[in-house]
Ligand binder design. Structure first.
Ligand SMILES: [Zn+2]
Length: 421
């Protein structure tokens, strides 16, 4: 039973508030404590308050002096494709030269090239690569990630990816929330209906029996899986006790947001092409939008999702990296915050809410993480700046000083600043 005190944060950004995701003007309320501190016991937060108050309760306790830096809850990344082999550097250059998605796919690139490399990789190989990705997340201040399967597209390969996620979750400090995305693309040897059949009747029963995923996701998009096929997979997953997420309206407005609402999905993700009807449907069903500006940016596109309209409609907006080799090769939440502010016109405070407490609720973990409050896990990051707005402002500059999970140091600088009161 170890205790730890954190003192002298210029801003302890607590996100304390109602026990639910934040909407509308609440997204700007960060509940900041100036010269703030925390007392941590056995990996959980015990007291949060001004440093002088915490100091009085911390005699003999190991103490971290935040030295006038900003302290935030660990970022919660609610949408990643963590486990894959290889990269898409050739696609990257082709896109720069002006080739289209279809031309790249015909030239041997696209998602299929990642599927082939991931199938060929051993468990150990995938584990080592994903471990490296996790290290990137930690170094950028993220302490929880959702991770999807979806680069296997056979029963064995999808299970292989989900088992790697389970192993990483057991071995590494960063918590991973697993999502089954068997319906990510149609494999070459099959048509979409045949493959959907395999997903529903062979993959889902195995995933559920081995408890390999908490959520099920589908890529609902023209040329991938239509609304009816997506509904089939998600309804079957729901019957097996999985919660639902959905890749919706990324390239075309195909009714994905409405489907998410109809099925009471936890989230609808992407939403670049969602219209007012889609927003209204999500609002009436309590679906959380997960916006992914990194993929718009990295594809060199201009149509960012309408974050302002969603906030004004009182949706509990989440933003995430969409970390993947094809369209969003970044694990950096500060970069995503910058894009949210500059391209989607979210305020820095709204951005912080979207990557902490709202993201935690979207992963069914709002009672454990996402804010610095009594009883929650002591997952937090110290940033080398004095004002939280600097995270989104100084873009591309690493500002993470140190990162802690359950009160234990996991990344960054641990020299100095430590003493016993
Ligand atoms: Zn995705």
């Amino acid at each position: 039973m170890k205790s730890l005190a954190v003192l002298h944060a210029s801003q302890l950004v607590t996100l304390a508030g109602p026990k639910r995701p934040r909407v509308g003007a609440e997204m700007c309320e960060l509940a900041i404590i100036r010269d703030g501190g925390m007392l941590i016991h056995d990996g959980k937060i015990e007291i949060v308050g001004p440093s002088d108050q915490i100091g009085k309760n911390a005699s003999g306790v190991e103490t971290i002096d935040a030295g006038g830096r900003v302290v935030l809850p660990g970022f919660v990344d609610a949408h990643t494709h963590l486990v894959f082999a290889g990269n898409r550097l050739d696609d990257f250059e082709r896109r720069i030269r002006g080739e289209t998605y279809v031309q790249i796919a015909r030239g041997g690139g696209g998602i299929w090239s990642t599927v082939e490399k991931t199938r060929a990789a051993s468990d150990l190989d995938l584990f080592a690569k994903a471990e490296k990705h996790l290290q990137w997340f930690l170094r950028c201040g993220t302490t929880t990630v959702e991770a999807k399967s979806g680069y296997g597209l056979t029963v064995d390969d999808e299970l292989k990816i989900l088992r790697v996620i389970r192993q990483l979750n057991n071995d590494r400090p960063l918590e991973i929330v697993p999502t089954f995305l068997g319906a990510h693309a149609v494999p070459r040897q099959m048509n979409a209906d045949e493959y959907i059949d395999l997903v529903i009747h062979e993959m889902l029963p195995r995933v559920a029996a081995e408890k390999l995923a908490e959520f099920c996701d589908v890529f609902c998009e023209r040329g991938y899986f239509d609304v009816e096929q997506s509904r089939g997979v998600l309804t079957a997953a729901s019957k097996r006790g999985l919660r639902l997420r959905l890749h919706a309206d990324q390239l075309t407005n195909s009714g994905g947001a409405q489907l998410a609402a109809e099925l009471k999905a936890t989230t609808a993700d992407h939403l670049e092409k969602t219209d007012e009807q889609g927003i209204a449907a999500m609002k009436s069903a309590g679906v959380q939008p997960v916006l992914l500006p990194g993929s718009v940016y990295a594809l060199g596109l201009l149509d960012y999702p309408c974050a302002r309209a969603m906030i004004e409609a009182d949706l509990a907006v989440v933003i995430a990296t969409d970390f993947n080799p094809g369209s969003s090769p970044t694990a950096s939440m500060p970069m995503i915050l910058s894009l949210a502010c500059t391209q989607m016109k979210m305020s820095p405070a709204e951005g912080i809410t979207a990557v902490t407490i709202n993201a935690a609720y979207s992963l069914n973990r709002g009672d454990k993480i996402g804010s610095l409050e009594k009883g929650k896990l002591a997952n937090f990051s110290v940033f080398d700046c004095a004002d939280y707005r600097e995270l989104a402002y100084w873009f591309g500059i690493p500002q993470v000083h140190s990162v802690y999970v359950r009160g234990e140091w996991v990344a960054g600088d641990r020299r100095g600043d430590r003493h016993y009161n």
